[in-house]
Design a protein around this ligand. Structure first.
Ligand code: RIB
Length: 301
């Protein structure tokens, strides 16, 4: 089994399904309300664990009842929590999500996720050191991410940086990570005014730009390639990018090529968006193997 450490957010999603989003000053009637487990970090950890990796999570939750549920859910998904700390001064992270026609709009409130400090990263050094790959996104403070990249680089542990939601990171950290996986919006924040093709060429086999239902763009050292997404009718796209990142991490850590790992990630993402909720639809490895799109060459340790 490969070992993946995910550093990131652990949150509760408050999900509203609606046919219409309100304008300022307007009230509309929604169709449904539910709560679900979320947080980009937790979603990526759940994806990697369901797909067969040993997953260790580093993060912070509050000292409220949400925290108990969030931790219980991660444990039920076989994720190791010895580096998930409860902090007393902030509520657990949350997100308000509206779903309209299968697509989502999200307001994220970091809460306790913002208590992840560089010191806590340093304390998890031993777990990081033995990881095949470390995955991190932007729902935790930037100084913790930069310390993580520094520590992992020093220990020669590869880092997959998923810059979601969009925010700038130091050029030095960008140079050091093994993979960067922005979507198109995040790409334009990280590389303002630059042409995608040129930046892909500058970071061959490192920069993967996820383009939703189109697929994933990367440069293979010779040319820019699009690895097409699997066409499905989405029920809820929340967490599709997280599922892709978690699944890609598992596949690449298992020795699959970058292109195979993208196809593996695309398949997992296409299965995940066929159910409501960020984590509900994330497939297990058996569900992946049950798909006609699963490739027999994909051998996982
Ligand atoms: O990527 C989806 C996630 O982002 C949701 O689960 C929500 O928590 C948001 O922050």
């Amino acid at each position: 089994m490969v070992k993946i450490t995910v550093v990131g957010s652990i949150s509760t999603d408050f999900v509203i399904e609606t046919d219409k989003r309100p304008q300022v000053g307007e009230t509309v009637e929604g169709k449904n309300f539910s709560t679900a487990f979320g947080g980009k970090g937790a979603n990526q950890a759940v994806a990697a664990a369901r797909l067969g990796a040993d997953v260790f999570m580093i993060g912070t939750v509050g000292n409220d009842t949400f925290a108990e549920e969030l931790q219980r859910n991660l444990k039920e998904n076989q994720i190791f929590l010895n580096n998930v700390e409860r902090v007393t001064h902030l509520p657990s992270g949350s997100a308000v999500i509206t779903i309209q026609d299968g697509d989502n709009a999200i307001i994220y409130i970091p809460g306790a996720n913002n208590a992840l400090t560089p010191e806590r990263i340093a304390m998890a050094r031993e777990d990081l050191k033995t990881s095949d790959l470390v995955v991190v996104q932007n729902e935790v403070p930037v100084d913790a991410i930069e310390e993580l990249v520094r520590v992992c680089t020093e220990m020669q542990v590869p880092v997959l940086y998923n810059p979601a939601p969009a925010r700038r990171l130091s050029a030095e950290a960008i140079e050091k990570v093994r993979f960067i996986t922005p979507n198109e919006t995040e790409f334009s924040v990280l590389f303002p005014g630059e042409k995608m093709e040129e930046v892909l060429e500058r970071y061959p086999n490192k920069l993967l730009v996820t383009a939703g239902s189109e697929g994933v763009y990367y440069h293979d050292g010779e040319k820019v390639k699009l690895v097409p997404a699997n066409k499905v009718v989405p029920v809820d796209t929340t967490g599709a990018g997280d599922t892709f990142n978690g699944a890609f991490a598992v596949a690449w850590s298992n020795g699959l090529t970058i292109e195979e790992s993208i196809r593996f990630g695309n398949l997992a993402a296409s299965l995940s968006i066929q159910k409501m909720g960020a984590q509900t639809g994330i497939p297990t490895i058996d569900e992946m193997k049950g798909s006609e799109k699963y490739e027999k060459e994909w051998h996982l340790k």
